[in-house]
Design a protein around this ligand. Structure first.
Ligand code: SAH
Length: 394
């Protein structure tokens, strides 16, 4: 297979030499006239050195390098990368009778920029974030069902909202292999429905698995408020942890009914749980002080891009200040940011300001992050996105 050719400006190969997989538009000196969205390209330094092969995309990141040197990107390539990803999850012990949901491919973190795959039992949900991965979807699907474990039978492709709109790819959400089997998955022994057809992202946030397990340990006897509950993950862990009551809040009515369904699946008829379709900021304004002694704040990314950073930090400060001002003394606050554009330090500073504003005595008990099935490629620090703090509030 011949790849189209891209030549870099002098000195612009430095980041590739350090294995960072992105080529920005400003680094490119010349490109074949015929290059189109999603093409396989070979990237050359100005002295003619073949740096690597990758996917071309119109935009600020123009090439996502998948393989260094002249390694081919073909069916065997995808098979090998997916097997490597699989081996890590196997080592992590994520495939058990009481746990069958995890992230199998985390983009750059698994050396597959532009690709995300979450597994729910026998179904893999694939999201392409680049046109190149869209074109490779059939090879990827085939490699998934051929993984040596034989666990994956169905591959659902869900990229209508993740691919660049301007590329006019018109991707259809559909099963590439297999069919609907069950929509109930298991995480640490707790069951949940995954709505990969209509839900956000791949249908469930598998990245909070370990943080939910930690929350369970703090739940006994507490009155828990799970803000931004989405499918209610933190809520049913709190119930298993013997919380006195659990209130779940989300502005989306659909999320609230998903939470109610999932709580019912694990704890049918348990009247400790109530869900509210309300704006989180309004809800916090209207609760009585001391009504809760364990609060979870897991909002959507306030900053999707660097340009929104300042407003995002104000948002995190306001939200945390509201929760800190209301939580009962001796309470525990689990607070998160999943904005990639917000650094650990910036988030901590926003929470620090919120604490100072509320004039509470606050200690950091845990500093949380994304789980190991969302690995960070050491050459691509941008892959670190989830940050959390567990605070003890007097
Ligand atoms: N904690 C969840 C994931 C949260 S995703 C989990 O463990 O799975 C973020 C959620 O915040 C979404 O469900 C979205 O509907 C909700 N949301 C966004 N803005 C909101 C607001 N202003 N008030 C309440 N919920 C909001």
């Amino acid at each position: 297979m011949t790849y189209k050719k891209i030549t870099l400006r002098r000195g612009k190969e430095e980041s590739l030499k350090r294995f960072h997989p992105w080529v920005f538009s400003g680094a490119i000196a010349s490109a074949d006239d015929t290059i189109e969205e999603g093409d396989l390209v070979s990237v050359f330094a100005s002295d003619g050195t073949h740096m690597g092969n990758g996917h071309f995309q119109v935009g600020s990141i123009m090439v996502r390098v998948l393989a260094w040197g002249d390694t081919a990107i073909d069916d065997a390539f995808y098979r090998e990368r997916l097997e490597q990803a699989w081996r890590v999850r196997q080592a992590l012990g994520l495939m058990r009778d009481d746990n069958n949901s995890f992230r199998l491919v985390h983009g750059e973190g698994d050396f597959l920029p532009g690709l995300v795959i979450d597994v729910y039992g026998s179904t893999a949900v694939v999201q392409a974030h680049s046109p190149g991965m869209h074109f490779a979807r059939k090879s990827i699907a085939q490699a998934l069902v051929e993984l040596p474990c034989g666990m994956i039978k169905n591959v659902y492709y869900k990229s209508e909202t993740t691919l660049p709109y301007k590329a006019h790819l018109d991707p259809e959400n559909q099963y590439l292999i297999g069919e609907f089997d069950t929509d109930v998955a298991v995480e640490n022994g707790l069951k949940f429905h995954v709505d990969w057809l209509r839900g956000q992202k791949t249908g469930f946030f598998v990245d909070q698995r370990e943080n939910r397990a930690l929350l369970e340990r703090y739940s006994a006897g507490r009155r828990v408020l799970n803000m931004f509950c989405y499918t209610g993950g933190f809520s049913f862990y709190a119930m298993r942890g013997k919380a006195r009551l659990v209130h779940s809040v989300d502005s989306s009515g659909k999320a609230v009914s998903l939470t109610e369904r999932n709580v019912e699946l694990n704890y049918p008829g348990d009247d400790r749980h109530k869900a509210f379709a309300q704006d989180a900021f309004d809800f916090l304004d209207n609760i009585e002080p001391d009504a809760y002694d364990l609060i979870i704040l897991d909002p959507p990314a306030f900053a999707k891009h660097k340009s929104a950073l300042k407003n995002a930090l104000v948002g995190y400060r306001r939200l945390n200040a509201k929760a800190l001002s209301k939580i009962q003394s001796g309470g525990v606050l689990f607070t998160f940011s999943c904005s990639q554009a917000v650094s650990k330090e910036q988030f901590r500073l926003a929470v620090f300001s919120a604490a100072a504003q509320s004039r509470r005595k606050v200690r950091i008990l845990h500093q949380l992050t994304q789980p190991a099935d969302h690995p960070i490629n050491i050459y691509h620090p941008e892959g670190e996105y989830l940050k959390g703090l567990v605070l003890w509030v007097e």
